[in-house]
Design a protein around this ligand. Structure first.
Ligand code: FE
Ligand code: ZN
Length: 237
């Protein structure tokens, strides 16, 4: 069993999420996308854990800025896409998309979703039905095309859609309410979307992240996942 602790970073500015994850059986822990250091160190101290790994989804600074300081403090290893080894700060272990990587007894599948950036990967834990989507999939939106084409994004989204419906996803930013209006405009009269937004507002008002949401719910409400083909996705971008 993998426990996930979301950590809001760059609060009020970029609203990144880093995640502290702990494999319960072995108590092995890791940090996903350390956007900055302080809030992550606080969470590690609160939970009395020393992370063994840093897992990066992609090279952007708002996902990797904590790499070097945390690596020095905890003597942990930085793990990321081997094909992005010269852009991920402090990379120690390059993983090949299509392979797996273990956090204690929890196994992650590495899935290539190059589009937001070349070399962007998903960290997918099939036994726990958890996926970290970085800047590829957000609540009610998707990431921008910095280094990829619409075709690449379409195929990345197809990969996410092919994961089991009850998989819970954890995105790289809290952007939900930012995109709620656009989603409502694109999907008028969607009861599911109204439910989604109501739940999101409730969670945010309690200081909780909107994540996790199941891929089933996301597929019903996220206009970009609802695009039936490449042409429909192109119209949204
Ligand atoms: Fe990014
Ligand atoms: Zn980002």
């Amino acid at each position: 069993m993998l426990k996930v602790y979301p950590i809001l970073c760059r609060a009020g500015i970029m609203n990144n999420y880093a995640y502290l994850i702990i494999d319960e059986k072995t108590q092995t822990s890791a940090v996903v996308d350390p956007s900055e250091t302080l809030p992550i160190i606080q969470k590690c101290e609160e939970l009395k854990t020393t992370p063994c790994y840093i897992l990066n989804t992609h090279h952007h600074f708002d996902h990797t800025d904590g790499n070097l300081v945390l690596k020095q403090k905890y003597h942990c290893q930085v793990v990321g896409n081997i094909h992005d080894s010269n852009r991920i700060p402090g990379l120690d272990i390059g993983v090949e998309p299509g392979s797996t990587f273990n956090i204690g007894e929890s196994t992650a599948e590495i899935i290539d979703v190059s589009a937001h950036t070349q070399g962007h990967i998903l960290w997918y834990f099939p036994q726990d039905k958890i996926v970290f989507t970085g800047d590829t999939l957000f609540n009610l939106c998707i990431g921008g095309l910095f280094e990829g084409t619409v075709e690449e994004m379409y195929s990345a989204l197809e990969k996410i859609k092919s994961l089991p419906d009850d998989t819970e996803f954890y995105p790289g930013h809290e952007y939900t309410m930012h995109f709620a209006k656009e989603a409502q405009y694109l999907l008028p009269n969607s009861n599911k979307l109204e439910q989604y937004i109501q739940r999101a507002q409730q969670r945010l008002s309690q200081g909780l992240p909107v994540a996790p949401v199941t891929l089933k719910f996301e597929k019903e409400c996220n206009p970009y996942l609802l695009a039936k083909n490449l042409t429909e996705l192109k119209h949204l971008l």
